[in-house]
Design a protein around this ligand. Structure first.
Ligand SMILES: [Mn+2]
Length: 331
């Protein structure tokens, strides 16, 4: 089945006259790596494809090949010639719908993803839930269609796999993640660039904010869930953007001796975002309960119009704009 769909996607890509790619609303190593690897292939075929991203690409991803093809100009959708849309690593169909509504025509939509919560919103859906990353699905696509990934494409794909598996270390890491990663290295993936993209670009002020989060780590009574939080004040006082502190929950998941954790952080939109990780439990279903999504071992959700409140004893809670506590059950 997957093979058949990969061939279908290939047919669409080579016949498209004006394709546009859409990366997930959360810019990360996988959504960018997967889409830019396919940009690399299209570029070799002589077709320049823009990748729509929701905002400026964070500094740490600026070394990725073809990153210059990314744009956050919604004006690109106002083009009746667009005949193909490919969406990468995105399980939020409402986000995609909002963008498709801007297109005057009626392009074919291909949905390539690995989130279990993806509701198959595309005309063609390649949602491989067992895949450790969407980049892995793109590697499959190359393989099925006898395309040898270039050095640049391999670097993009390895970034995607390493990003979603925390460098082949978290619960999403299966045997095939190792297998494909080693093949990508053989194809010339620049592993040092990948590692740099993932770990080595933290500013001192971002690490200070991480420090505040580390200081506030709390183990909750019976559930043993470990939590921490960051407020807008933490971010603003240190002049740090949200992108810069991305990866905190992955890092904590890697280093703490706990099964489940949750990082809360106040967003610029005036809500609270929860990012959950677990080694054994299905945090995806907890996130879904609060309107979020993700994977079984890594998921998240947002509480709109809310803030984190902390009392003198260090106990936190989430408050709505009316000052009332919004109850969140993390188990
Ligand atoms: Mn992913």
């Amino acid at each position: 089945m997957e093979t058949y769909i990969h061939k279908q996607i290939f047919d669409q890509l080579i016949s498209a006259k004006r394709p546009v790619f859409i990366s997930d609303e959360r810019i990360d190593g996988d959504s960018l790596g997967a889409s830019l690897a396919l940009v690399d292939y299209m570029t070799q075929r002589g077709v320049k494809v823009p990748v729509y991203v929701p905002g400026p690409v964070p500094e740490q991803y600026q070394r990725l090949p073809h990153v210059g093809q990314c744009t956050y100009d919604k004006g690109i959708f106002d083009d009746s010639e667009i005949d193909l849309i490919v969406v990468f690593d995105c399980s939020d169909d409402q986000y995609v719908k909002g963008l498709l509504d801007l297109i005057p025509g009626n392009p074919t939509v291909i949905n390539i993803d690995h989130h279990a919560t993806n509701n198959r919103f595309g005309d063609i859906n390649q949602v491989v839930v067992e895949a450790p990353a969407t980049a892995y699905v793109i590697y499959q696509f190359f393989q099925v269609n006898n395309i040898l990934p270039s050095r640049d494409a391999s670097t993009c794909l390895l970034t995607g796999i390493c990003f979603d598996t925390s460098a082949l270390s978290n619960g999403a890491t299966n045997e095939s993640a190792f297998e494909v990663s080693s093949k990508l290295v053989l194809h010339g993936a620049r592993i040092q660039d990948v590692i740099r993209t993932m770990f080595l670009n933290r500013s001192i002020s971002a690490l200070r904010v991480w420090g505040s989060a580390l200081e506030r780590l709390t183990v909750h009574g019976e559930t043993k869930v470990v939590t921490t939080y960051l407020t807008r004040k933490d971010m603003e006082e240190n002049d740090v953007t949200d992108d810069e502190i991305d990866g905190l929950s992955n890092f904590l998941n890697l280093v703490t001796d706990t099964d489940m954790l949750c990082v809360l952080r106040e967003t610029t939109e005036g809500g609270v975002k929860a990012s959950m990780r677990s080694l054994t439990q299905d945090v995806g279903s907890i996130a879904k309960r609060y309107g979020g999504g993700g994977h079984a071992r890594a998921a998240g959700f947002s509480v709109p119009e809310a803030r984190v409140h902390c009392d003198e004893g260090g106990r936190w809670c989430v408050l709505g704009t009316d000052g009332k506590e919004i109850e969140i059950e993390l188990s």
